[in-house]
Design a binder for this molecule. Sequence first.
Ligand SMILES: Nc1ncnc2c1ncn2[C@@H]1O[C@H](COP(=O)(O)OP(=O)(O)O)[C@@H](O)[C@H]1O
Ligand SMILES: [Mg+2]
Length: 260
Amino acid sequence: MGNPPSRDASLPDHVGAALGAAAGDIARRAGASRSIARIVEPNTLPTVVLEERRLIHREESVRRQADAFREIRTRLLALGGDQNFITMVAPISPRSGGSFVARNLAAAFAFDEAKTALLIDCNLRHPSQHVELRVDTTNGGLIDYLDHPSLGVEKILYHTGIPRLRLIPSGREREIGGEYFSSFRMRAMLDSLRSRYSDRYIFLDGPAAKDSPDARILADLVDFVVLVAGSGRDTPSAIQKVVANFDPSKLAGIVLNELP
Ligand SMILES: Nc1ncnc2c1ncn2[C@@H]1O[C@H](COP(=O)(O)OP(=O)(O)O)[C@@H](O)[C@H]1O
Ligand SMILES: [Mg+2]
């Protein structure tokens, strides 16, 4: 992973001055949009809390991880062209860090002030995002909405404390997700969430691909699939077997996650 480009000290003065002015302008604009963000999202979490919750942020201490997620973001944006898209992130086997990657990848998209990110917890048997993000799910989540669309989808879109990142928790726990994920309602919900805001990028946190057909069923609903292998957990042949279940044109890549 490379370092971000730094200002070249050997630049001619007038170029340096122009860059300096541009930087000042960006800083002013960033300042203005930060104050707008504060009004819209009053409970923005401080860095120390983000770090405690193992979420990337802008400070130096997590730079290596943040850069890794930015790199995946760049790759997806290159594949997606100029349209917003839906990505499913699923671990090969459970506890490989699929949810960790889905959450931080969504946060990396939300870092960009021109984008918003929506994370949807689609692991119905072992939902974790509302716990990790400390979201109080009083209005229910995905399953409650799919059972009763008259609830309105706005009710299940929760703030996370990270500007521009929203969560749809899974809601009531269910053993089987397939029937929900292959339903017309699920597809209609995703289509409407995606098309309502062209700057909204959607991430589905999927269940382990090795264990159940759910991840594969979810893959039918998305533009891109990112699989997560926990380092030292799955053999290359096990990974290969899982990969073979997915449409190669959707498979954006496999993240090799170093588990703590
Ligand atoms: N790279 C990582 N750094 C720090 N913690 C991690 C990392 N990957 C996973 N974890 C932690 O390990 C646990 C299992 O990860 P999780 O994302 O829930 O796995 P999965 O969704 O694949 O079942 C979680 O507590 C998660 O926060
Ligand atoms: Mg998970």
